[in-house]
Ligand binder design. Sequence first.
Ligand code: ADP
Ligand code: MG
Length: 259
Amino acid sequence: MTPKIVFDNVTRRFDLKGGSFLALDRFSLDVADGEFVTVVGPSGCGKSTALNIAAGLLKASGGEVTVDGKPVEGPGPERGMIFQQYALFPWLSVRDNVEFGLRIKGEPPARRREIAERFIDLVGLGQFADALPKTLSGGMKQRCAIARAYAVDPVILLMDEPFGALDALTRVQLQDQLLETWSRERRTVMFITHDVDEAVYLANRVVVMAAGPGRLQEIIEVDLPYPRTEEIRLSPEFTAIRNRVWHAVYHQQPAQSHG
Ligand SMILES: Nc1ncnc2c1ncn2[C@@H]1O[C@H](COP(=O)(O)OP(=O)(O)O)[C@@H](O)[C@H]1O
Ligand SMILES: [Mg+2]
C-alpha cells in the first residue's frame, strides 16, 4: 500500500545575511494511511519546518513531500493544519470561526451551521458559540481552532504543538478527545510536541529529530494497544517506551559535519 504522506529527502535552507542556514537536512519519512505519528526533538530541530512543507506553506529547497503520490505544491483542503498559536479571526464569533472553512468548502448555510454546532459541542464550547475570541481563555481559543480544523473534515491533520499552551487537565482531555475521533474516523495525523509523554501516549510511532542541522534521529514504535487509557499511561510498558524516547531526545550525538 502506498503511504499517505512521503517526505523524500526534504531539505530546507533559509537565506541569511552572508550565507544560508540549513534548517532541515534530507528528512525522509513515510506516514501510512490512518497512522498517528508524533514528532519530538529539541527546539530548532526543524519540526515546524517539516510540517509546514507538508502543509504547503513553505517550499522545500531540495527533495519533496508527496500526499497520495502527488507532490505538495500548496495548501489543500485534505490537509488541515492546527498551529500552536490559535489562529482565529478576532472579529468572528466562535461559530463563525468554525464555519469559516466550511464556507470556503462551499457547504450551504444550514449544513454549515449543523456541522459547526457538532464540533463546537465536541470541544465543549457549546455555551460560547456567539463569543468573540478575545473573551475566551487560551485553552478555549485553542479548542475553537481545533473545532474549526476538524469541521472541514480533512483526511490529514497536521498539528504543530497544538496543546502546548494549555493547562495539564485541558491537555489530557483534548488528547483523549483527539484519540477518540481518530479511532473512529482514522484520519492520518502528524502531530508535533515537545512533551515526550504526550508523544508516546498518542502515537503509533514517535519520530525523534535532532538539531544542528535539523534531521531525523530515530523512529520509535509504540507497541501499545488503543484505546489508550490511564492504566496504559501508568504501565511499565509505557514507561519503558517513554524512557527510550526521552533518551533519544536528550542524549543526542552531535551531527557528523558535512559541507
Ligand atoms: N523563516 C526563517 N528564516 C530563518 N531561519 C528560520 C526560519 N524559520 C525557521 N528558521 C530556523 O530554522 C530552524 C528550525 O526551525 P523550526 O522548524 O521552527 O524548529 P522547531 O519547530 O523544531 O523548533 C531554527 O533554527 C529556526 O531558527
Ligand atoms: Mg516549532
